[in-house]
Design a protein around this ligand. Sequence first.
Ligand SMILES: C[S@@+](CC[C@H](N)C(=O)[O-])C[C@H]1O[C@@H](n2cnc3c(N)ncnc32)[C@H](O)[C@@H]1O
Length: 194
Amino acid sequence: MDRDSFNRLWKYSPLQREEELWPFINDILNTHNIKSVLEIGVGGSSSFWCHFCKNGGFYIGVDLDTEQGESNVLREYGPDFPAYFIKGDSRDVETTEKVRAIISIERPVDFLFIDGDHFSKNVYLDIKNYYPFLRSGGVLGMHDYIQGGESRGIYKAVKDSKLEGIIEYSSRGLYACKRSMRSRVKSIYYCIKR
Ligand SMILES: C[S@@+](CC[C@H](N)C(=O)[O-])C[C@H]1O[C@@H](n2cnc3c(N)ncnc32)[C@H](O)[C@@H]1O
């Protein structure tokens, strides 16, 4: 994705910080051959991830309410775009099984973005349920890494998950946005699966 495309897609109002999302896309997604994406918690971000899926890829979005993400993707990419939206609670077995069924006819995804429920125990379940659908060498990204402090939320879930086989990881937002606690709240964690 080039900067012009990024700027154009910004109109979909992702719940992300521009100064953090662009470096993440440019440094990490642009360099890891991303063509397929699974996103837990859809919205303005869906249009960004679908940009990577335009040439032979696919997008899967899971949310309690997929309407916003679906209408964004429809508007930007048209009705024939290979996007699957699953309306449901990401913690439900039924939801995981729907994702599994798609993955089994497609392939494991190149990028998993977890940005649904932010309570630690639920993020933990999202990691447990959906990380297996990420291909080897793929990117796991999560937003709001230290929201609520380091003993809670995404930070705690990542710690508790003890993800194995990580090649490289960074909570780059922590370093990129050190200036205040407010800016530290919205930080992207990512790691690369071995
Ligand atoms: C922070 S928003 C997602 C923002 C989007 N990724 C973006 O950057 O524009 C969180 C989303 O997670 C969804 N969500 C919360 N709990 C969920 C759950 N248990 N299962 C599925 N989706 C959930 C909410 O409906 C909401 O749309």
